[in-house]
Design a binder for this molecule. Structure first.
Ligand SMILES: NC(=O)c1ccc[n+]([C@@H]2O[C@H](COP(=O)([O-])OP(=O)(O)OC[C@H]3O[C@@H](n4cnc5c(N)ncnc54)[C@H](OP(=O)(O)O)[C@@H]3O)[C@@H](O)[C@H]2O)c1
Length: 300
């Protein structure tokens, strides 16, 4: 299949392009420099020229807090940009896979969200992504919406790196303990996307790491698996979201139900703790020797 990936320079895109290519797809990655999805003419032209059978639309405005003060930019990319990509796909008869987010839900329940559950996005970012979903829904069976959550990977700033950096620099971390979700490793999501394409999936599918945790529990696991907690001196303390005062509200609970993914593909998503271990190993962290661990956290 000829596949075009938007957002190819992003955290997910940079893992996704090689994984699609390794699966035998003729894959091209489009960065913002190739075409800006908010430019309708440019988007229609570029997708027309690339003549893909399928577009994986991973480009997005992803700065959740910044979106609160520049909503027009977030909507221009996540809604308007997705409309342009969807129209280009519609004109060519190409399929469209749109990467969306757990934040389309409001978190007022305590059981994992199913694909058909009602959405109620709380923030500008989440509303703009939900509007993007609606543009993909217009394509009917030619559209696939893959919702995921709490992404981290080697090609972008992410929570794991932030925690490791803070642990090194400060030794004392405060992390919110009243939002529950599921961390997802970009490499696993990239594999899942390939598998979903192989199975010709349509509609909406949820994919994340299996299991769930709060950000605080995630942080504690990062510090532990990186070998930092054994040194002592690294404190991870739970705090409330309110105490953080971040501009964008987040759902208190956004765990995604993975049953549809499992029944479509007969595969189980990897457990989030196991996936974290593979990520740390890939970045060379789990292999820290005792002496290096001391250096890593700045304790002498
Ligand atoms: N990160 C998460 O925790 C998370 C969770 C759930 C869902 N998602 C979704 O997963 C997808 C991938 O996320 P990510 O974390 O990989 O995002 P990312 O690292 O921020 O990458 C997004 C990419 O989109 C590109 N882009 C932004 N505006 C564009 C425009 N107007 N035209 C063309 N390209 C544009 C960016 O280009 P530049 O590099 O030039 O800025 C960037 O390379 C997104 O759809 C996001 O909404 C992410």
């Amino acid at each position: 299949m000829r596949v075009l990936v938007t957002g190819a320079n992003g955290m997910l895109g940079r893992d996704l392009v090689p994984v699609l290519a390794a699966a035998g797809h003729e894959t091209a990655g489009a960065t913002r420099a190739a075409f800006d999805v908010t430019d309708r003419d440019e988007t229609l032209r570029a997708i027309g020229e690339a003549a893909p059978d399928l577009v994986v639309h991973a480009a997005a405005y992803t700065r959740v807090d910044d979106a609160e003060r520049e909503p027009e930019k977030a909507f221009a990319v996540n809604h308007g940009g997705t409309r342009n990509v969807a129209d280009a796909c519609g004109m060519r008869g190409a399929r469209l896979l749109y990467v969306s987010t757990d934040y389309v839900f409001d978190g007022t329940v305590r059981t994992p969200y199913r694909e058909a559950d009602p959405t109620n996005p709380l923030s500008v970012y989440a509303r703009s992504k939900r509007m993007g979903e609606r543009e993909v829904e217009r394509l009917g069976n030619d559209g696939l919406i893959v919702r995921t959550s709490w992404l981290y990977g080697p090609h972008g700033p992410n929570f794991v790196e932030a925690i490791l950096r803070q642990a090194r620099e400060r030794g004392r971390l405060t992390v919110v303990n009243d939002q529950e979700g599921a961390p997802t490793y970009t490499a696993d999501l990239a594999e899942a996307i390939v598998v979903l394409l192989d199975h010709g999936a349509g509609g909406k599918v949820h994919f994340s790491g299996a299991g769930s945790c709060t950000w605080f529990e995630f942080a504690r696991e990062i510090v532990s698996q990186a070998g930092m907690s054994r040194l002592g001196g690294i404190e991870v303390l739970p705090v409330t979201s309110e105490s953080r005062g971040r501009p964008a509200p987040r759902p208190a609970y956004s765990v995604l139900c993975l049953d549809r993914y499992v029944s479509l593909t007969a595969r189980r998503p990897p457990e989030w703790k196991e996936a974290l271990g593979r990520y740390l190993e890939r970045r060379g962290c789990a292999a820290l020797k005792p002496d290096n661990r001391h250096k890593e956290v700045g304790i002498s």
